[in-house]
Design a protein around this ligand. Structure first.
Ligand code: HEM
Length: 123
């Protein structure tokens, strides 16, 4: 019998555990970045970590539901630029590299994440 097995990118990169360590590393990098760290003043980082894990899991094809307020609403008040977005997504790719994700899968993930720019950058 012919069987087609489709595996999501979420599953291929290691599921929730991998995403949790990527997000933890992403925030370590963002908080060490002078262009980004000021935006996290007064933010509950444990809560934010949970929101990013859910959001990224859902975006990369996992089962977790993201039920937050949405990207536009979350970032609107910061007036973020292309440069902020670029630095953040570079940190994200580096965090994936640090978690030993294959380059081809990092490319796949970034192709799903880059189109979110229009919701995050002010315009
Ligand atoms: C690919 C890029 C990004 C993605 C996918 C992303 C995703 C998210 C998500 C899912 C939330 C939670 C929204 C909710 O409340 O449900 C959030 C909040 C937040 N993001 Fe981002 N984000 C990105 C880029 C950035 C950048 C460049 C910054 C600037 C440093 C940033 C700073 C924040 C902050 C400070 C919050 C908390 C807002 C609040 O609680 O009031 N994000 N983001």
């Amino acid at each position: 019998m012919n069987q087609t097995v489709t595996t999501t990118l979420f599953a291929r990169i290691g599921g929730t555990k991998a995403i949790q360590s990527i997000v933890a590393d992403l925030f370590r990098r963002a908080l060490a970045d002078n262009d980004l760290k000021g935006y996290y003043d007064g933010i509950d980082m444990n809560k934010l970590t949970d929101q990013y894990v859910k959001f990224l899991s859902a975006t990369l094809g996992g089962m977790k539901q993201y039920t937050g307020k949405g990207l536009r609403k979350a970032h609107n008040r910061f007036g973020l630029t292309d440069r902020h977005f670029e630095r953040f997504t570079d940190h994200m790719a580096e965090a994936m590299r640090g978690a030993d994700i294959d380059e081809s899968e990092i490319e796949e993930a970034m192709a799903m994440i880059m189109p979110l720019k229009k919701e995050i950058v002010a315009g």
